[in-house]
Design a protein. Sequence first.
Length: 292
Amino acid sequence: MKRTALFTLILLLMTTTVSAQDYGQAATVRIWDNASAPHSNGLTGPEEEPEPWRLAKTSTAELFLYPADTTRCGHTGLGVVICPGGGYGRLAIDHEGFQMAQWLAANGITAAVLKYRMPNGHPEVPLEDAVQALRIMMGLEAGATGFTADKVGIMGFSAGGHLAAYASTMGSTKPAFSILFYPVITSLPGHQGSFNNLIGKENRTPESDARYSLENQVTEQTPPALLLLSDDDTAVPPISSTRYYNALKEHGIEASMHIYPIGGHGWGFRDSFRYKAQWQQAVLDWLQRFAE
């Protein structure tokens, strides 16, 4: 009894002291910070929340964990690491983060929202965070006992979609699948702010742009992908998704793409998006093929 109480106290302390942020998560795991990670993003000041649910200057990578509700949907055996968007300059932690995680968990899928470090011109940094998050959720690294899954995929929005595709193509440990919402993929035409923040505006060259235009990095080892976007998205042109889809098909990779006629950019989990019910059903139907 004493050991059980002690273990519970340790879990509570880990959750409350590692991160003061409360997004309704069951637990929080610190992956690493600039001092312990393989590379630093060079940001030494405090992290900021310039507006509600927007995190900026992040320099500590964390996972916010949401266990699958198996009482409603049985055991799918699936887990998803979620990468919020924000142009690689901030994180939209609500409608592209914990709201999505809570919905996945309610549908029997373990979810982990990744608060990744901003690259600040160090493109290796967010990839390190995403790969380590996948390894933790796969049980290959310590930290998420009781939350790991048999098959772990990755989901991303906008620049977070670039990170999800980045891990899928160039990561040393790859996800089982990816779900990409209006992802930044290609540099031209593309979301220049994302590439400026990832690579560093002054460091960009045609070679670096080509390297991080991820349609160029697809191989036969890239996992299947589901892409969801709006035809009228002017922030991240739909060509980002279509180029990635075409590259996947050229390499024989399973892929599905849903292009909704209107909605613009950045809708995520918002109720204002006219096709919310449709994308939710599309995601659940597509994930069913990976479930046990």
